[in-house]
Design a protein around this ligand. Structure first.
Ligand code: GLP
Length: 260
């Protein structure tokens, strides 16, 4: 795991956008795994800006979103479909048929999940997976106790996650209890992972993910076993890390050829 601590979320998001655009420059037909949540908003904004400046071309990329709420149509304003179009896809030159987001209204959810896995495989696998972190240590919507080798499937949200995500819903009674999410194993198959985490509220989860034992109680801790993961966090999210100074020292002393 490479841990990069930045001054604030703006710096973190600019760095993350550089990593994403470098990936696309090196492999124009990259397969990207995309995440939602408030954390990713400045990253998408920065990528849109780079695209407008002619610095990144999304024409050939394929995308797979991590998750979606069960029971929400793609037009529902709080669905992750709506989030992606409102905050990213509408502003870039991505081809619509190359976008994949789980269907929250799939009539046969198990079959839909199998197909989603099959589509990822058929695309050649995810080159770069963008991730956020839940305050209870989840990735995608893989809540604590998720199998660390799980695949795309239906999950039940914890009350904490429902509360955390409530600001994205106008009507609190409408928040679904169930979601479709890529599994932990699906995420671990990605060639590279890029996680962003901001704010003091996530500091405990960050500490456990990076310095705690690998455990399904903190599903993100499995990333300790992933051989190409970058975690970019702001100062506040890093506040409980025991080896914070060491991570900063490593980043400052990166060999030139390794610099982003
Ligand atoms: C949701 C998403 C995750 C995201 C997490 C953090 O649970 N399914 O992919 O990482 O929220 O959200 P936020 O960035 O809003 O804190």
């Amino acid at each position: 795991m490479e841990i990069i601590i930045t001054e604030d979320k703006k710096a973190a998001s600019c760095l993350a956008a550089k990593i994403v655009s470098k990936q696309i420059e090196e492999k124009p037909d990259s397969v990207l795994g995309l995440a939602t949540g408030s954390t990713q908003l400045p990253l998408y904004k920065e990528l849109i800006k780079l695209h407008k400046e002619g610095m990144v071309d999304f024409r050939k990329i394929t995308t797979f979103n991590l998750d979606e709420y069960v029971g929400l149509s793609s037009e529902h304003p709080s669905s992750y479909h709506s989030y992606m179009w409102k905050n990213f896809f509408s502003f870039i030159n991505i081809k619509k048929h190359k976008i994949h987001i789980p269907n929250g209204l799939a009539p046969d959810i198990s079959d839909h999940c199998k197909q989603y896995e099959g589509n990822i495989r058929a695309s050649g696998g995810i080159d770069l997976q963008i991730l956020g972190l839940g305050s209870d240590g989840h990735i995608g919507f893989n809540e604590p106790s998720s199998s660390l080798s799980s695949r795309t499937r239906i999950k039940t949200l914890t009350e904490k996650t429902i509360k955390d995500n409530a600001p994205l819903f106008k009507n609190k009674n409408e928040i679904p209890r169930h979601v479709i999410t890529m599994g932990v194993g699906t995420i671990m198959d990605s060639k590279k992972c890029l996680m962003l985490v901001f704010g003091e509220k996530k500091a405990e989860a960050v500490k456990q993910m990076i310095e705690g034992p690998i455990s399904s109680s903190i599903p993100a801790s499995i990333l300790q076993m992933h051989n190409n993961t970058i975690v970019i966090i702001d100062k506040d999210a890093s506040s409980l890390l025991g080896r914070r100074d060491y991570y900063k020292w490593v980043y400052r002393n990166k060999p030139d050829w390794q610099k982003i």
